[in-house]
Ligand binder design. Structure first.
Ligand SMILES: N[C@@H](Cc1ccccc1)C(=O)O
Length: 500
């Protein structure tokens, strides 16, 4: 017969006389629970019999332990009373208690048990001792002492009383005794072998029925297990969602529009001269695709005129070359201000009446050099507010309110130049770990050369903020490449938290 190793060990250690699980565990060196499990399996095969009985174990409580040394309170009271002459006469209780050194709750415990055990009487404030009582023979004290010495106590009544007094804890457990059956004896005589151990159940074991004879290795619940990780929303996406929630909370609506767009929406509407180095200062990616047809003719004319002659009385335009062909060429947008142009012109959603607030959190593409603060593709938080009589104060207040939602309260403004805004400001924030000031955005009030051709005759303040830079300030990332791209720091992304 072939059996699992632990069953063979138990079978070899067992005899026709009963042995407890504890004894078999000692003999085999197996854990008691392993012996128990093996015994039940052997019993299922008819090789052993198991006898069960309930055993009550009694252990001393902390209070019980204390009385081992100090003596039971009622015994101490009795002795103090006798010392005070109480075996002859009644003695005042206060005096006895003072002499007994019983304190706090012990006094009540002493008095009630003193009476219960017939050590004497309490009579109008005086103790009358029963001279025949024998506290040296107190059976509760004797039982406590025996338990403390690890001896068994049989007197059930005494044990119950100690339990009631909270001096012992009694717990019931099942004690199992195992003995060989006749079949077990026969099996041993015929010889039992240890079955093969396998660590996984295979289809072969199942179909051949061999699973019955093999032993499955035990689970090692202490073994190192590979760390399992669930999916998680990317830090940038989390930041983007929070930005959107924040702006929606501030009353903004979201803009949408093409990633590949005409030069017209990306640059011309923004009063960027076609031959000006500013036009290449983003170094956009040009696409080799057919030019954009659907640009409103009147808008195209007004933009051309703004470039050539300027707007208003003192505007002068650029007097530089301007062609429709260049305006219709397609690039990957270098900023999402192209979307603002589509919305402000009325092209995206029709004419807009002030006041209006719009935003987008969308990708832009620039032929930059990749470094710790620059990616070639990144997200811009574009936004604008259209209203009568806006001032720089409104612009700054809006940023302060926005960044405060992310716990950033120390943004700085620096005068700047954009062909399409006047005045213009760059925004800076301090990195939480390096302490460095990093640029986090660009902003300004759109010029008349931008607004007039679009047909907007009130003020518009606008901005483009960098989502990745905001994520760096919020999460403490020091290198933008940790967040995005092939060099991303996976540990960082797993653990980073976008919290306020
Ligand atoms: N387009 C600018 C941001 C900006 C938008 C609108 C007004 C002013 C600035 C940039 O990409 O840096």
């Amino acid at each position: 017969m072939r059996l699992p190793e632990s069953q063979v060990a138990v079978l070899e250690a067992a005899s026709t006389d009963e042995q407890t699980v504890g004894e078999l565990a000692d003999e085999t060196g197996l854990k008691p629970e392993t012996v128990t499990r093996a015994a039940f399996d052997l019993r299922d095969d008819g090789l052993v019999a198991i006898e069960e009985r309930t055993e009550t174990t009694t252990t001393l409580t902390e209070e019980g332990e204390q009385y081992i040394e100090a003596g039971l309170p009622e015994v101490r009271l009795y002795r103090a009373a006798v010392d005070a002459g109480g075996d002859a006469d009644a003695v005042p209780m206060g005096q006895v208690i003072g002499a007994s050194e019983l304190a706090g709750p012990e006094v009540d415990i002493a008095l009630s048990n003193f009476a219960r055990k017939g050590y004497g009487r309490i009579d109008s404030g005086e103790l009358v001792v029963d001279a025949d009582a024998d506290p040296d023979a107190d059976d509760e004290a004797a039982a406590l002492a025996a338990l403390a010495d690890g001896e068994a106590v049989d007197d059930e009544q005494v044990l119950e009383e100690l339990d009631r007094r909270g001096l012992v804890n009694r717990t019931e457990s099942t004690v199992r005794s195992i003995s060989l059956t006749d079949d077990g004896v026969t099996a041993m005589m015929e010889g039992v072998e240890v079955a093969e151990t396998v660590d996984r159940l295979t289809p072969e074991l199942l179909t051949s029925g061999e699973w019955r004879d093999v032993e499955f290795t035990e689970y090692n619940v202490e073994a190192d297990a590979p760390e399992e990780r669930g999916g998680k929303v990317h830090v940038l996406r989390q930041t983007a969602e929070r930005v959107k929630d924040t702006l929606v909370g501030m009353g903004f609506q979201e803009m949408e529009g093409p990633h590949a767009d005409s030069e017209f929406w990306i640059n011309d509407c923004l009063f960027m001269p076609q031959d000006h180095p500013a036009r290449t200062h983003w170094d956009q990616f040009a696409l080799d695709v057919p030019p954009m047809e659907e640009i409103p003719e009147d808008l195209l004319d007004r933009v051309e005129s703004a470039h050539r002659e300027g707007v208003g009385d003192d505007g002068d335009g650029y007097h530089s070359p301007w062609t429709e062909n260049v305006a219709r060429e397609i690039d990957l947008r270098g900023h999402t201000t192209s979307l603002s142009m589509r919305y402000l012109s009325g092209f995206a959603e029709g004419e807009l009446e002030p006041p209006q607030r719009y935003f987008s959190v969308e990708k832009v593409y620039r032929n930059d050099t990749l470094d710790a603060t620059h990616l070639l593709e990144f997200f811009q938080i574009e936004g604008w507010v259209m209203a009568e009589d806006l001032s720089v104060r409104d612009l700054m207040g809006t940023f302060e309110e926005f960044y405060r939602q992310f716990g950033i309260t120390d943004i700085q403004f620096k005068p700047h130049y954009n062909p399409y805004t006047e005045p213009s400001f760059e925004l800076f924030g301090r990195h939480p770990t390096t302490g460095e000031l990093i640029e986090i955005g660009n902003s300004g009030m759109f010029r008349p050369e931008v607004l007039e051709p679009l047909g907007v005759d009130c003020d518009v303040m606008a901005w483009g903020l960098a989502l990745e830079r905001l994520a760096m300030l919020v999460t403490g990332a020091e290198d933008i490449r940790d967040l995005h791209g092939t060099l991303a720091d996976l540990d960082f992304l797993r653990n980073a938290e976008v919290i306020r």
